[in-house]
Design a protein around this ligand. Structure first.
Ligand SMILES: [Fe+2]
Ligand SMILES: [Fe+2]
Length: 480
């Protein structure tokens, strides 16, 4: 039996935690100084006009598999953001790379200090960025149910920032404290001080973009966190494991949000016997062609988050035991990858070709392929909706080379079906493949605020069930 320590979350503290913060006064004081700065950031860039709302939110009360969520009305600025790690397994080992078999590290190994800091800062930067991107969505919520889900995602992304900031403060000394401050200073989309990764500087200007983002981009988050949950640096593994339990809900919001949008569109198409996108739009729902363009956009910008297919950094992180593969400990190989290979698509003389590479340098491509398998499974579930209505349209994923800014296909012109195009052809055809300004305007024009309990905007179907087994017409947000 593995020996497990530390579970209960102490809510009597200013900063709720299960890391025994009250016994480390220096760390506690440093985090208590960062806390007001976090709240300032939340008030300035968090959900607009939300400070007085009472939102039916879940809050972590234990990190056990079953009982972690406690539901109740909360005013968001009073949400108990805290530091929650899954229990420590005293027997845990480094499970891959050069240090395989050594006890998992409880402190940062000196040689990996800057690499680990960079990993943690990059992950940490995405968390507040997504809150900033979603700041204005509350004003156009399609229902109280959806408004509540948006806010749940927002507070948990705020907590994910706490998770990374705890690691920076606890393990990285002065550098860590400076990085923690900088995490509150960068802003999504700010040309002078942007967030680190491009996808987190894009606008999330309406709810279709929000659902696509939480389906595609939060799932990248899942895969990055899952790879870090394998880390030999045990505190990173334990904190990302708990973050994954929160991430599941974010992806649910995205997948079900798109599904409900599809459902409503297909209903209207069947009811009025429509196929022409303009006629579908005239009914006040989002045509399937537009949905496909949004899929093309969000999938391609999210693929960029996996980094270059061929990456010496990824190899270093792996051999160092810092970042594993997806489900590393379930894989049945030598966990060192010294002699294995992996097939990657790349450009050669204007053609897309398969090339077998040392598996170590292809780890980003591998994680991205794992991600794509899950994304494809989600699309298959979406496609049951038009199928059910007898509509032949199917949502498809564009080719991995389509619309890329990073890696092998950066600066290439690849169609969604994987043909290499000239720049001229790309410019002629790509408006059909990516959301245009006009698409955004149309989708934006459908967004009106619906806050009557149990009512939903015309463009989206109600969910199958409410939150926490409550009815759909439950008052998920109170305005008094
Ligand atoms: Fe997150
Ligand atoms: Fe998330």
């Amino acid at each position: 039996m593995a020996e497990i320590t530390q579970q209960a979350i102490d809510y009597s503290q200013l900063i709720p935690n299960n890391v025994d913060l009250s016994n480390d006064r220096t760390l506690q004081r440093a985090l208590e100084r960062w806390q007001p700065a976090f709240l300032n950031w939340w008030n300035e860039t968090g959900p607009a006009d939300s400070a007085n709302l009472q939102v039916y939110l879940r809050t972590a009360i234990s990190v056990d598999r079953d009982g972690w969520a406690n539901f109740g009305y909360v005013r968001m600025p009073e949400y108990r953001w805290g530091i929650f790690l899954t229990p420590r397994d005293e027997n845990r080992k480094v499970n891959f790379g050069d240090h395989q078999g050594q006890p998992a590290w409880q402190e940062v190994p000196g040689e990996y200090r800057s690499a680990l800091r960079r990993i943690i800062v990059t992950q940490g930067d995405t968390e507040p960025a997504s809150v900033e991107q979603q700041k204005l969505l509350g004003a156009t919520c399609p229902s109280l149910y959806d408004l509540r889900n948006l806010f749940q995602v927002n507070v948990e992304e705020g907590r994910h920032l706490w998770a990374m900031v705890y690691l920076l403060h606890r393990y990285f000394g002065r550098d860590g404290r400076e990085e923690a401050e900088a995490l509150l200073e960068r802003r999504s989309g700010d040309p002078n001080n942007p967030r680190i990764l491009t996808a987190f500087n894009e606008k999330t200007s309406h709810w279709l973009a929000f659902y696509m983002f939480t389906f595609f981009t939060d799932r990248d988050g899942k895969f990055q966190l899952a790879a870090l949950a394998e880390s030999g640096f045990d505190p990173l593994a334990r904190t990302t494991k708990f973050m994954l339990t929160e991430e599941a809900h974010h992806m649910f919001v995205g997948e079900s949000g798109v599904a409900r949008t599809l459902e409503r569109t297909c209903q209207v198409m069947r009811q009025h016997d429509l196929t022409d996108p303009a006629e579908v739009r005239a009914q006040g729902v989002i045509d399937l062609e537009t949905m496909q363009r949004f899929v093309n956009f969000h999938y391609s910008v999210t693929l960029d988050l996996f980094g270059s297919e061929v990456s010496s950094n990824a190899a270093t992180y792996y051999t160092g035991g810092l970042k594993g593969r997806y489900e590393e400990t379930k894989l049945g190989d030598d966990h060192s990858l010294g002699s294995s290979s992996y097939t990657v698509q790349e450009m050669a003389q204007g053609q897309i070709v398969n090339r077998s590479l040392p598996a170590l340098t292809a780890l980003n491509a591998r994680l991205r392929d794992d991600y794509t398998r899950e994304i494809q499974a989600g699309l298959d579930r979406w496609n049951r909706i038009p199928e059910k209505y007898g509509i032949p349209f199917r949502i498809t994923l564009p080719h991995v080379g389509f619309h890329r800014k990073i890696g092998e296909f950066a600066d290439q012109f690849v169609s969604p079906d994987g043909r290499v195009l000239s720049k001229g052809e790309w410019e002629r055809q790509s408006p059909r493949w990516l959301p245009s300004e006009e698409d955004h305007q149309f989708v934006g024009s459908l967004m009106g605020r619906v806050i009557e309990p149990g009512k939903f905007a015309n463009w989206i179907a109600p969910p199958a069930r409410g939150i926490n087994n409550l009815p759909i017409e439950f008052e998920y947000v109170r305005f008094d």
